[in-house]
Write a protein that binds this ligand. Structure first.
Ligand code: GDP
Ligand code: ZN
Length: 455
């Protein structure tokens, strides 16, 4: 997995731009620098130079920056060539460097390979390395702020502080294991269970925050479900502020799903418009309906749309009965613009799980947006200060189960200190996986391969 070849990539986004950057990293770039430039580059100084090919023809003129390791992004020697940001000129510069350095082992970087080296050289821990990709991929300002907080180590520091506390408790236990006659007293003498309870309390709080951080990173899948013609496509368009799905008065128009990403308070929502649910003989429409049920199964949240004029429709009750019990559901009564004032007022003041809107006039949509977030478990006051991934939440959940198991051993007070200690060890291992102290090559490969080239 670990390789020491010098690597090169265009670090800026493909396409045109004011500036384009070619980046090279390697254990010792001196021989390559000597070939590329007639002068010696001073460390961390901006040199304005012509970048010349092997025949002395100028490819571009720009800035060369040399960062000798270990004080660089990757921890190795890094060279940055900043030229003009056009694809052709950058490709020429890249090709020239590759040709010049080929017999020194210089090769194209894999996706994320620069950051992977930064991790392996301990310039960043794993959660911070992931935050690099999350910052680049952030789809809202809130997500970008949180990714930056992770990158600067806020999340890692909390993990490390908890790991420290688990280690201290382990050390006490293990010291006691060497003096078996003291085992029974240990738990009381050091208030081990109280210490453990305090740690669990903080792990649980971190889990809740990680859940928020995950919502901010990955967003929520909201499925608009309901009979044909209740206004699902109209609602999607109204939420997206754009004509994405086809709206027609003919029932059964949306035959396949349409997904649109919108942001509410910086939280990405992937809104899925589906084929209307009804009995049908039409083969194509049946496939759409089957897919709708597939989407419903995968949803984080279901908005079940009704025609507000038919609040007690039999088919709607049948649909409600088939919706998965584990998924939060919001009952949405659309077309309230067609209701009498009294009926409308009643719907607008209805309970938390149901709401009246008009996709046509926009009435009720603000309340709908807020309800969607609230029902999905988003807590706006507790916006996660850092982004989290499913991997982090899994590790935190596993940490908590081992701590719980440790507490169960302690509660029996049956001289099972070695089991108590073993659960603490496992909890610590889970927690440390977040920052990358215990990781497999497979996991590293999976994480870094999803990066963009040049990062
Ligand atoms: P879908 O089959 O559930 O996707 O429903 P559509 O969005 O295609 O809408 C069906 C019909 O209802 C169209 O003629 C829409 O213009 C109309 N419609 C949708 N929402 C409203 C609304 O809030 N008020 C009124 N008056 N008509 C609506
Ligand atoms: Zn539709």
């Amino acid at each position: 997995m670990r390789s020491h070849d010098p690597i090169i990539a265009i670090a800026t986004a493909p396409g045109r731009g004011g500036i384009g950057i070619v980046r090279i990293s390697g254990n010792s770039l001196q021989p390559l620098l000597a070939r590329l430039f007639s002068m010696e580059l001073k460390a961390r100084h901006a040199h304005y130079l012509p970048f010349e090919d092997n025949e002395g023809k100028v490819i571009d003129a720009g800035i060369a920056l040399y960062f000798p390791g270990p004080n660089s992004y990757t921890g190795e020697d890094v060279l940055e060539l900043q030229g003009h940001g056009g694809p052709a000129v950058l490709r020429r510069l890249l090709a020239h460097c590759l040709q010049t350095g080929r017999d020194l082992g210089l090769r194209h970087a894999e996706p994320g390979e620069f950051t992977q080296r930064a991790f392996l050289n301990e310039r960043l821990d794993l959660a911070q390395a992931e935050a690099v990709a999350d910052l680049i991929d952030a789809s809202s300002e809130a997500a970008a702020r949180s990714a930056m907080a992770s990158l600067s180590g806020d999340f890692s520091n909390r993990i490390n502080a908890l790991a420290e506390r688990i280690i201290r408790l382990r050390m006490l236990v293990e010291a006691t294991l060497d003096f078996p006659e003291e085992e029974i007293d240990f738990l009381e003498k050091y208030q081990a269970r109280e210490g453990l309870a305090a740690i669990r309390h903080d792990v649980q709080a971190l889990c809740a925050q990680a859940r928020q951080g995950m919502i901010l990173r990955d967003g929520l899948h909201v499925v608009l479900a309901g009979q044909p013609n209740v206004g699902k496509s109209s609602l999607l368009n109204a939420l997206a502020g754009d004509d994405i799905a086809i709206v027609t008065p003919i029932a059964g128009t949306t035959r396949d799903k349409v997904i649109q990403q919108i942001h509410i308070e910086g939280v990405p929502l992937h809104i899925v418009d589906t084929a209307g649910l009804r009995e049908t003989e039409d083969a194509v429409e049946s496939i759409g309906i089957a897919r709708t049920w597939g989407e419903i199964e995968k949803a984080d949240l279901i908005a079940h749309l009704h025609d507000a004029r038919l609040p007690n429709d039999a088919l709607d009750s049948a649909i409600t009965g088939r919706l998965p019990a584990r998924t939060p559901i919001l009952q949405v009564f659309n077309k309230i613009d067609l209701l009498e004032d009294a009926a409308r007022a009643q719907l607008l003041s209805s309970a938390a799980e149901s709401i009246g809107i008009s996709a046509k006039t926009g009435e009720g949509l603000d309340v709908l947006r807020a309800r969607l977030l609230a029902i999905a478990g988003w807590n706006p006051g507790a916006e996660s200060p850092w982004l989290a991934r499913a991997r982090h939440l899994d590790a935190l959940t596993n940490t908590e189960s081992h701590l719980q198991a440790a507490d169960e051993h302690a509660s029996r007070n049956d001289q099972v200190l070695d089991l108590f200690a073993e659960e603490l060890r496992l909890a610590h291992e889970q927690l440390s996986a977040i920052t990358g102290q215990f990781t497999s090559d497979d996991l590293l490969g999976e994480i870094f391969s999803s990066f963009c080239i040049g990062k």
